[in-house]
Design a protein. Structure first.
Length: 267
């Protein structure tokens, strides 16, 4: 039988995970992705907020409406060569007496890639199940809640507005290009409309999902060897104990489900 037992109900587990998830803080990642024919480099930040905790015996902590607030900074690249046809000035040759045939060089226009910065923010919610992981590393016992599987992220309705944000940022730059600006603006708007919400979800999913799919929530941490009673006087010895084993589970007790930690100790 374990020598130490600690248990909290769902109300206590909610408070515990509120604090633990808040301590994870803001996470940041960078990379590149494709949105239809366009390439974008990005830096995205994500912050988690606890939802409603449901303890499910044996061993599952379910968080309903776990929320991730995210903000993305994009450098959105539009390769004009993918929109405009290749254009070359024809080569012209003339015969010059006493000189021979002289030709002008063949000149082709290399359409540039326009980079447009776009910032956007939104949130996702999901229901996620966590298991309990216990480890002893570097002389410390750790109990963590580890997500099981990849949750289904429910993007907020305003995520579809990312297309509009891109359009608003791109259109003025394209319209400023002499002669072909209006054509380019119409072409890009048509491409963005074809991408639609499904394309945005496909773009954001691989970027946002890792913030949730790899989450590990710290629940308990304690040195394996620690002092429980300091010396009170010159003849009173200090008392140290060693935590030999730790177990964690979700158990049903009476009318409540509880998160239970047990420990075996030795002097």
């Amino acid at each position: 039988m374990p020598e130490i037992t600690a248990a909290i109900d769902e109300t206590g587990a909610n408070k515990l995970l509120d604090t633990a998830i808040a301590q994870i803080g803001t996470q940041t990642k960078s990379g590149t992705g494709n949105l239809g024919p366009f390439v974008a480099s990005y830096t995205v930040q994500g912050t988690l907020t606890n939802g409603s905790v449901d303890l499910i015996p044996p061993g599952t902590i379910r968080i309903v409406d776990l929320r991730l607030d995210w903000h993305i900074d994009l450098n959105f690249g539009i390769d004009l060569s993918a929109i405009l046809p290749d254009f070359c000035l024809p080569q012209v040759c003339i015969d010059i007496p006493c000189v021979g045939t002289v030709c002008t060089p063949k000149i082709c226009i290399d359409w540039p890639t326009i980079t447009v910065p776009v910032s956007f923010g939104d949130f996702v919610k999901t229901t996620a199940d966590f298991g309990l992981l216990i480890s002893l590393s570097g002389g410390k016992w750790k109990v963590q809640a580890v997500i099981q599987g990849v949750p289904n992220l429910q993007f907020g309705a305003s995520s579809a507005a990312l297309l509009a944000a891109i359009g608003l940022a791109v259109t003025p730059l394209l319209l400023a290009i002499p002669f072909i600006g209006p054509f380019l603006a119409i072409a890009v708007d048509t491409i963005l409309a074809a991408i639609a919400v499904a394309g945005v979800t496909g773009f954001l999913g691989p970027i946002i999902t890792p913030f949730v799919s790899g989450i590990m929530i710290p629940i308990y941490e304690q040195p394996q060897l620690f002092r429980v009673l300091p010396a009170a006087g010159p003849v009173d010895p200090e008392v140290d104990i060693t935590i030999d084993t730790i177990a964690a589970d979700v158990a049903h007790n009476g009318n409540e489900d509880e998160l239970v930690l047990t420990a075996d100790i030795s002097p």
